[in-house]
Design a protein around this ligand. Sequence first.
Ligand code: ZN
Length: 263
Amino acid sequence: MSWSEVGAGVFVRRYAELDLSVGLVVGGESALVIDTRGDHQQGVELARAVRQVTALPWQVAITHGHFDHCFGTDAFLPAHVWAHERCPAHLARTAAGQRDHWVAHYRQEGADDIAAALAASAPAMPDHLVSARADLDLGGRTVQLRHLGLGHTDHDLVVAVPDAGVVFAGDLVEQGAPPDFEDAYPQHWPSTVDALLALGPTTIVAGHGTPVDPDFVRTQRAELAELARIGHALRGGALSLDQAVERSPFPAATTLTALARLR
Ligand SMILES: [Zn+2]
């Protein structure tokens, strides 16, 4: 496992587990860690890895409250933990359920070590909340924390690093697998991606998979828009459920989850 530098002082670290990507932005005076992995042990691993890059004090930004992005936050405390203002409520409502679901998943996979670590993990609550935008001065460079609208969840936060042309998109962009609609707002997601593209990034770091370029995001945006149109037609009775699944740009299971969120 190693960091790759996608812009000056802007790093991505990818993990085989869930193909997760986390980020690190190093300024002149402090660093920003973007997402903290999925359990307390994974968080400790990430914190050590950050310390191999920089000794500067850190802050944490959580892209959204899904366990794989934030159950490792404890390892970074004390620190400012930034998130969208709806993230704490999401965690309060869903953390125990997420943990139960994924502990069972990992046990079933035979990944007993991950299951045990996750069973003993709870997400630290974000304490620095963003409604639409916050700018963080890291010393010599400013990063923007932006909520661009409903999408993968109701509280997605992206981290823009304008001086490097990089945007950390969280799961608003997904590479290597279909987008996840479990908590999504399929009818709003395309315009939120438009707002992300309007930030003008040259590199977009997806929450899972490899970093991508704007063309990749435009293609995914078109697929999300097509799915929203299909959902509209289904609701209006112009398509049957079978036809909707057939026409969807996404696999059947993904499509059915998304369509359920459109009703
Ligand atoms: Zn997610």
